[in-house]
Design a binder for this molecule. Structure first.
Ligand code: AFP
Length: 280
């Protein structure tokens, strides 16, 4: 695991350099979700693949940017699913973006997660690594330095409601309105890494990306985005649900499968479960 942790750090430093130096142009290819890939997405994907290729413990990698998984070392135990540059459409407006990693043992699946990590490229570069607990690191003078362990409070103050409101279910809209009536403040940038990072570091709240009439299975991908953040939030003392089930109990159909998802502290996620068990 130490080697995987180091590879993530090396990748993050190289990605930060690529973000700072590379021209952002559009490539001709499309990823499996049909989005036009930014050259930078491809560059970041290659960086991570290169770093994991050097580690014998890494059996297979699956990238949000590639249609299929890729076997690296048949005798390795770790299966790693990653989103190399989540929120990359925010780069050209200079908002924060991130990389997400789910580290799975001997095969993919939420119940096989043994660690998860993400990196935020913002005014500063920070990394959160979750294994037994959740730890925050800051990139300073070329090295990631441990800052502190992170835990969520029982109840927070921030609300990050994703998905097109026009397509929300009525009960979902009433639930979100209810939180705002209780005094929650809106914090939504359109990048799940900085949005979830903010809620985590400020002690709690709710990030939601529900199933909607246009996207009944939500937008966010299970293996690359949802399972890793569910692991981080759960280890920090919070919870992640698809509305009814614990995210970490879910299966998946294909590596690009998506799911509705809600991440937060206990108070807010209990409310989600209550509302969704009575509706939908
Ligand atoms: P991009 O990588 O295409 O910018 O998408 C980012 C993302 O997957 C995730 O980071 C956000 O939480 C979510 O999309 C935002 O989606 P909406 O634009 O529908 O709110």
């Amino acid at each position: 695991m130490e080697a995987v942790f180091n590879a993530i750090q090396k990748s993050a430093k190289r990605i930060k350099e690529a973000i700072d130096t590379k021209d952002v142009g559009y490539s001709a290819s499309q990823n499996s979700s049909g989005e036009t890939q930014l050259e930078l997405d491809i560059k970041c994907d290659m960086i991570i693949e290169e770093e994991f290729s050097k580690i014998e413990a890494v059996n297979t990698i699956a990238s949000e940017e590639k249609e299929k998984e890729n076997i690296l070392h048949e005798d390795g135990r770790y299966f790693i699913a990653y989103d190399p540059l989540d929120g990359s459409s925010l780069i050209d407006v200079n908002l924060s973006v991130g990389s997400i990693f789910g580290i799975y043992d001997k095969g993919f699946g939420a119940n096989r997660l043994v660690a998860a990590a993400y990196v935020v490229y913002g005014p500063r570069v920070e990394m959160v690594f979750a294994k037994d607990d959740v730890r925050l690191y800051l990139l300073q003078n070329g090295e990631f330095e441990f800052v502190k362990s992170v835990t969520l409070k029982e109840k927070g103050k921030l609300m990050a409601p994703g998905g097109t409101q026009q397509h929300w279910a009525n009960y979902h809209k009433s639930m979100i309105d209810g939180f705002f009536k209780e005094g929650y403040r809106l914090r939504y940038s359109g990048g799940m890494v900085p949005d979830l990072h903010q809620i985590l570091l400020k002690g709690g709240g709710l990030f939601s990306y529900p199933g909607t009439t246009d996207k009944p299975k939500g937008k966010l991908r299970r293996l690359f985005e949802v399972f890793p953040f569910a692991y981080v939030y759960t280890k920090a003392g919070g919870y992640a649900t698809d509305g009814k089930n614990d995210i970490l109990s879910l299966g998946f159909d294909g590596i690009h499968d998506t799911t509705p998802c809600f991440f937060g502290s206990k108070y807010e996620t209990d409310r989600v479960k209550e509302v969704y068990s009575q509706n939908g």
